[in-house]
Design a protein around this ligand. Structure first.
Ligand code: ADP
Ligand code: SF4
Ligand code: MG
Length: 343
């Protein structure tokens, strides 16, 4: 039945626009962005730097940094209207129902307080755990995220933890109040390859054991393939494609997604992560393009692409793409030649 509670999406973002005032006038970092996710789902958000991924994640918790602001759209979490919540409800949502993990775990910890004190604080703010049980629970959480000797390490300071331990500790703190949604913004970017694997395994466990839904921002396609059921592809503030992981990897329909997947991975040694790049200029926020935002880099563009922006439309079951042409209608081999000739 339509009123079945389980059918209410866990998270629903609709028409979200985040704007910055700049010297050249208003700039939309996120524009008319719409997506949904359900309880227990594992969704990846991919797209190159500057595509608006972090602003989208921050919007969900109303943490867009000034001078940016949400100028239109709706965000509902479990049916509740996030943009109209009062401060108290918002605090409960942030600490208890949704956990947000950032790329740089060092900047998220307070350097002058112990790891345990910070986990305990997160718990006492929101949970009903008795004071005597709180230290034990903090130790249990550290153990759960794979920190060895948690009884000792609970009294350590953030600088005494390695980068990977800090990130796992942050996930542990995020889990303190059993959130229904864990948002991780590039959780593995600053970590080396073996630690990345541990974090991915941990996120998978969190989802399967606790049923926590995952919304993971990443440009690590291996992480997407191994962890997520569904993928949202963003470009220049827009969703340009979304579908199941299988659809996105095996049958991408937007030329940007296609380019992202066929581009050659290179190892960024500093970050120890696979990064993918596609030809052409990266996103230039100062370009206020008419029509499709991807046209300066698209090998398949047609005259109408420069005039009118395509809508996000169904290209298969639960598969959407924002393109006038779509990959099923083009000669991919010819496109490779065009690219080579113009590069
Ligand atoms: N303080 C700011 N002033 C103006 N523009 C900003 C500011 N912060 C971010 N932006 C713009 O918002 C856009 C999206 O940023 P972000 O969400 O961080 O991208 P991503 O996480 O995908 O790399 C970027 O193109 C950036 O230029
Ligand atoms: S709408 Fe046109 S320019 Fe944009 S991605 Fe599709 S083919 Fe390329
Ligand atoms: Mg970001």
């Amino acid at each position: 039945m339509m009123n079945d509670v389980s059918r209410i999406p866990l998270l629903s973002v609709s028409g979200l626009t985040v704007q910055f005032e700049t010297a050249d006038g208003p700039f939309q970092a996120v524009e008319d962005l719409t997506f949904e996710m359900h309880e227990r789902e594992r969704v990846a958000v991919v797209g190159e730097s500057g595509s608006g991924k972090s602003m989208t994640m921050r919007s969900i918790l109303r943490l867009v940094p000034r001078p940016g602001r949400i100028v239109s759209g709706d965000i509902h979490f479990a049916g509740k209207d996030v943009l109209r919540m009062r401060a108290k409800q918002m605090m409960a949502l942030r600490g208890s129902e949704i956990a947000l993990i950032f790329q740089d775990p060092m900047s998220s910890w307070n350097p002058v307080r112990t790891i345990g004190a910070q986990i305990r604080e997160a718990m006492t703010l929101h949970s009903k755990v008795k004071p005597q049980a709180i230290r034990a629970r903090a130790i249990e959480l550290l153990k759960h995220v794979g920190i060895s000797s948690p009884e000792k390490r609970v009294d350590a300071y953030p600088h005494e933890f390695s980068g990977g331990m800090r990130q796992r500790g942050m996930i542990g703190m995020g889990l303190a109040n059993h959130p229904r949604l864990l948002i991780a913004d590039e959780p593995t970017t600053a970590l080396d390859v073996t630690v990345q694997d541990q974090v991915i395994r941990l996120l998978r466990d969190v989802n399967s054991v606790h049923g926590t839904a995952l919304l993971v921002v990443t440009h690590n396609l291996a992480l997407v393939a191994s962890l997520c059921d569904r993928v949202i592809v963003m470009y220049a503030g827009r969703v340009v494609e979304q579908g199941t992981t299988e659809q996105i990897f095996n049958d991408p329909q937007h030329p940007y997604t296609w380019g992202l997947l066929k581009s050659v991975p290179r190892m960024d040694h500093a970050a120890g992560e696979l990064l993918y790049g596609i030809p052409g200029q990266p996103i230039d926020p100062s370009l206020r393009l008419q029509g499709c935002r991807f046209q300066p880099r698209c090998a398949f563009r047609e005259p109408r692409c420069e005039k009118e922006e395509p809508a996000l439309e169904a290209v298969g079951e639960n598969h959407l793409a924002r393109c006038w042409v779509t990959m099923k209608c083009v000669d991919r081999a010819a496109a490779v030649i065009v690219e080579q000739a113009t590069s």
